[in-house]
Every structure is written in structure tokens, then in C-alpha cells.
Design a protein. Structure first.
Length: 150
């Protein structure tokens, strides 16, 4: 089998085409999920907790930590105390919340799709119409009817 023919079968007939479509759709869907989290869910979290982005929360310790004024941003703290050990745990909290919300949205989507697929499979099909009699059966019916007449 020629190289070109094998590549054509791989790219068009194999799973590569399905995978490419899945990656493209997944990329577009990722933007939708990100928007749902950032624009719809995180404002609710911000209303409850006080701020939607925890990445500026940190704890400074060591040499120079005392030079950081209270309420400084993480970037400002790193600038004011370059030798201090800055434990920036707020970014981890933000990433963890985003992951949990993303997983929840994807779970709900998959659950909905699975429910729709299950309903589609369980939907009763219309009963099949009885098959038309074959030529032999039709001939036998005619013979029977003629014999009944006699």
C-alpha cells in the first residue's frame, strides 16, 4: 500500500478526523466554559467572599518582609522585598476554585447529554408492519380460498 494512500486512510477514514473535530469543538467549548465561570459564577463567589480573585493573597516571611506595607499587591510585595520568602497561596486558591467550577460545569453537561442519549435509546420504536406475503404464500392463500369454495 502506498504512502499517500495510507496517509489518506489515516487522515480521512480513521480516528484522526474525528479527533481533529473534537479538538476544534473542545477549544471553542473551553471558551464558553471559561466565560460561564469568569462572567457568571465568579461574581457570585465575589459577592459571598468579597473578591473574585484571590491571587493577590500572600504571606511574606524572612528578610525584608517587614518592609511590605499591609494591603500591598503581590507584585508590589515582591518588588519591595526581593529577598523575602513570599508564600503566594491565593493564586492556588483561585486556580482550585476555577478547576472545581469547571469540573462541575463539564459534569452537568455530560450528565445532560447522557440523559438525552438514554432517552433516545429507550424511546419505543413504532411496531413494524407485518411483512407482505411472499409469492408462494400468496399462491397458497389463493389455492386455499378455491378449495373452500368447492
Amino acid at each position: 500500500m502506498g504512502f499517500i494512500k495510507e496517509f489518506k486512510e489515516f487522515a480521512v477514514k480513521g480516528n484522526a478526523f474525528d479527533l481533529a473535530v473534537g479538538v476544534i469543538i473542545g477549544g471553542a467549548f473551553g471558551k464558553i466554559v471559561t466565560s460561564v465561570i469568569d462572567d457568571l459564577i465568579m461574581p457570585i463567589v465575589a459577592a459571598i467572599v468579597g473578591k473574585p480573585d484571590f491571587s493577590s493573597i500572600y504571606f511574606a516571611m524572612g528578610k525584608g518582609a517587614e518592609n511590605i506595607p499591609a494591603g500591598s499587591t503581590l507584585a508590589k510585595a515582591k518588588e519591595l522585598a526581593p529577598d523575602a520568602a513570599i508564600f503566594a497561596y491565593g493564586n492556588f486558591i483561585t486556580v482550585a476554585i476555577n478547576f472545581i467550577l469547571l469540573a462541575l460545569v463539564v459534569f452537568m453537561l455530560v450528565k445532560t447529554i447522557n440523559r438525552m442519549r438514554k432517552a433516545e435509546v429507550e424511546a419505543p420504536e413504532a411496531p413494524e408492519a407485518p411483512a407482505a406475503p411472499t409469492a408462494t404464500e400468496q399462491l397458497l392463500v389463493e389455492i386455499r380460498d378455491e378449495l373452500k369454495k368447492k
